[in-house]
Design a protein around this ligand. Structure first.
Ligand SMILES: *Cc1c(COP(=O)(O)O)cnc(C)c1O
Length: 379
């Protein structure tokens, strides 16, 4: 298998045989003609169950992940958003099942579980998965799924995926990792023992803050993947073709974007760690981060996300974010532009996020300009 950098540079496949175009075509057709014998000679029938542009993205993403065994054949299903992909994973479970999720899981997952899935008979327990004792205590006989997010949002706690997978397997539960923050380049959850990985394509994979999409990668022949395809084709939360096409375009530069983003994030984390107005920096690339050793074992670099806590009140922290001029004050992550966000004010009151915490998504600007911006904003 070629290096991921090579796979990415060619994401979307080969020259179009019909025209010689070196860039994949965008297929908008919703329906496909039958042959004289009633078959579908192109392999497509109706766009909810399959579309050639979406299929190219699914193939590209499946090839980027890797299982524990080189021979493992993986498959991908692309969804309308990261949350549609997450919901599809939950919909593979039966009513009455129980899931364990991180106590600081992505806010969207927490509200999906509490406001939607609970009504369908899915029970969830939040636990600190960086503590295997807490995971053990959260497991029930009917636990079918353990959801992992590492680094977590917004505190960048590191969960040991291999250790969680072993505990979950013994308990008869599957492990799904939300790989949005790491992409297949920084962390390979299936190789660490997970059964599936979920991505919000909206973030690093598409990478330009202009596409909403999601994906799940799992073993091609697995019962889990068959159920995901069922939810995708029958429920219809599919990624639309133009989104898939833009995501393929974004993927071709993922490797170079992420390399810069990881390097700049480390530089900013070191700058912030020395700043007198900063009381804490959360970035697993710092030696003093409690998850640094675990991150070094399972990640190839530490990512483009970091958060820090400002000395003072929540209002003062918010004021720091609004004084930034190179960072844009907005939610989301993974684009070319750096974003800064006062996280507690986008979550429910009473959440676990420290009120003075600011979260940064590091973009592609010059590191010196980003340092200067934070420096003037902190005053
Ligand atoms: C953004 C995000 C999601 C949800 O993805 P959408 O594409 O916005 O639906 C899920 N998990 C994580 C970690 C995210 O950052």
């Amino acid at each position: 298998m070629p290096h991921p950098d090579t796979l990415l540079a060619h994401a979307g496949g080969t020259t179009d045989p019909a025209t010689g175009a070196v860039v994949p075509p965008l297929h908008l057709a919703t329906t496909f003609e039958r042959g004289p014998d009633g078959s579908y000679p192109g392999g497509y029938q109706y766009a909810r169950s399959g579309n050639p542009t979406r299929a190219r993205l699914e193939t590209a993403l499946a090839r980027l992940e890797a299982g524990p065994d080189e021979e493992d054949e993986l498959a991908c299903a692309a969804f309308a958003s990261g949350m549609a992909a997450s919901a599809a994973v939950l919909q593979t479970l039966a009513a009455g099942a129980h899931v364990v999720v991180p106590d600081d899981a992505y806010y969207g997952l927490r509200v999906l579980l509490s406001d939607v899935m609970a009504r369908w008979g899915l029970a969830a327990t939040a636990a600190d998965l960086t503590d295997l004792g807490a995971l053990q205590a959260a497991l029930r006989p009917e636990t079918r799924l353990v959801w992992v997010e590492t680094p977590s949002n917004p505190l960048l706690k590191i969960t040991d995926v291999a250790a969680v997978a072993e505990v979950a397997r013994t308990a008869g539960a599957r492990v799904v990792v939300d790989g949005t923050w790491t992409t297949p380049l920084l962390q390979r959850p299936l190789a660490l023992g997970a059964d599936a990985v979920v991505h919000s394509v909206t973030k690093y994979l598409a990478g330009h803050s202009d596409v909403l999409g999601g994906a799940v990668v799992a073993r091609a022949g697995s019962d889990l993947f068959a159920r995901l395809r069922d939810v995708q084709a029958k429920g219809g939360p599919v990624m639309e073709p133009f989104g898939a096409w833009l995501a393929l375009r974004g993927l071709r530069t993922l490797s170079v974007r992420l390399e810069r983003q990881c390097a700049t994030a480390l530089h900013l984390a070191r700058f912030l760690a020395r700043h007198p107005r900063v009381t804490g920096v959360h970035y697993p690339g710092l030696d003093e981060h409690p998850g640094h050793a675990a991150a070094a074992r399972q990640m190839s670099a530490y990512g483009g996300m970091l958060s820090f806590e400002v000395d003072g009140s929540a209002d003062e922290a918010r004021a720091v974010a609004s004084r930034c001029t190179v960072f844009t004050e907005a939610t989301s992550l993974g684009g070319t532009e750096s974003l800064i966000e006062h996280r507690a004010s986008v979550e429910d009151p009473g959440g676990t996020t420290p009120p003075t915490l600011l979260r940064c998504s590091v973009g592609l600007e010059h590191a010196g300009d980003l340092v200067d911006d934070l420096s003037q904003a902190l005053g």
